[in-house]
Design a protein around this ligand. Structure first.
Ligand SMILES: *Cc1c(COP(=O)(O)O)cnc(C)c1O
Length: 355
């Protein structure tokens, strides 16, 4: 039996997506060629790219609103600098909610003045700051919708009249939002969209062309838009598997459907964390992430027992990030409710054993 995979990323993908992906590696479209040995400019692959892009816009309800979809390489980490390269003229505003936001800030500082509108760094990023002011003259405002490492998630987004940029790597396609509030959304595929190797960018074309600096071709959004994500060879396999995964999501009922499942999974684990005296949640309750639940044991001496119970139950990937410790259960779209139940059962077994 497949393990219960709580890996934070690369993440779990649906069984049927993995099956279709493996078939395409051997024989794509019944053409007796592998998906990964045909030209990215061939008709069958161009069709994959087009399908992937249209599914993104459809699922996010961003069709016919001036958005372009790109699939680029370099991970979300390259977006930290690309956003600033393309958008920062004088001043940018950033909300610091965790390690990834911190890294984005570090890169953006290379390009101009940076205003950190608020930060929860001094409190181990346990909460999402609220009530901060964004300077009206900022070229853009940047935030991170879900804090993968510390397990917090923005439930509300500030009203900023200018350009809004969001790193949605670890919760894109997981919940309903008014995505049209954002002018630039980016996400590394490997958290909730597909395998590692491609990065999704959804961008309103009208925000480009406003900086004075010369932008190298590979880092220039406009160049990638003009070349339809084929300026250089795209990650054909990662894009194909992402497309399959988006199809899977659409067939299930899209974001409205999966959001309900995700809320159920999150409620199940958080209820147990709060009920079970052997566990303690890490993140502030009102900011808890539906994707990554972070928690610790109240008695560190139980670690060995808990870890071996998890192992016996086939639970994989719940060790906390090396910078936080404790545990982190990542519950991305493809993780079934019964996997969360399996983890909750183990948490209850630990309690029984300990009585
Ligand atoms: C994982 C992650 C990143 C980094 O993604 P890479 O694709 O590995 O560069 C950035 N932001 C968030 C929110 C993440 O979870």
């Amino acid at each position: 039996m497949k393990k219960h995979n709580f890996s934070a990323g690369p993440c779990i993908l649906p069984e049927e997506v993995l099956k279709k992906a493996s078939e395409a590696v051997l024989n794509f479209n019944d053409d007796n060629l592998s998906l990964i040995e045909i030209s990215h400019r061939s008709k069958p692959f161009v069709a994959v790219m087009e399908k992937a892009k249209s599914l993104v816009l459809e699922l996010l309800q961003l069709e016919n609103k001036g958005y372009k979809v790109l699939f680029l390489q370099g991970g979300a980490s390259t977006q930290f600098l690309m956003t600033a390269y393309n958008l920062l003229n004088k001043k940018a505003a950033y909300l610091n909610t965790g390690t990834w936001a911190d890294k984005a800030i570090k890169e953006a500082k290379l390009f101009g003045e940076l205003v950190e509108v608020d930060s929860s760094k001094s409190d181990s990023f346990k909460y999402i700051p609220k009530g901060y002011q964004i300077p009206v003259d900022a070229d853009y405002f940047h935030c991170t919708s879900n804090n993968t490492i510390f397990g917090t998630q923005m439930k509300e987004f500030p009203e900023f009249d200018g350009v809004n940029v969001c790193d949605m790597s670890s919760d894109i396609f997981s919940r309903q939002l008014d995505f049209s509030k954002f002018d630039l959304i980016y996400a590394g595929a490997q958290k909730n969209m597909g395998p590692a190797g491609t990065t999704l960018i959804v961008i309103k074309e009208e925000i480009l062309g406003k900086v004075e600096r010369v932008i190298p071709s590979m880092l220039d959004y406009q160049n990638h838009i003009d070349k339809e994500s084929m300026f250089n060879t795209p990650s054909v396999f990662a894009i194909y598997v992402s497309m399959l995964n988006l199809e899977w999501l659409k067939d299930l009922g899209g974001i409205p459907f999966i959001e309900k499942v995700n809320n159920k999974k999150a409620a199940l684990i958080y209820n147990e964390i709060d009920r079970n005296p052997l566990f303690e949640g890490f993140a502030a309750k009102e900011d808890r992430s539906t994707m990554n639940a972070t928690f610790t044991l109240t008695d560190e001496n139980l670690k060995e027992t808990f870890d071996s119970l998890c192992k016996e139950a086939g639970i994989n990937g719940i060790n906390g990030h090396r910078s936080v410790g404790g545990y982190r259960a990542s519950m991305y779209n493809a993780l079934p409710l019964y996997s969360v139940q399996a983890l909750v059962d183990v948490m209850q077994d630990l309690e029984k054993n300990n009585k």
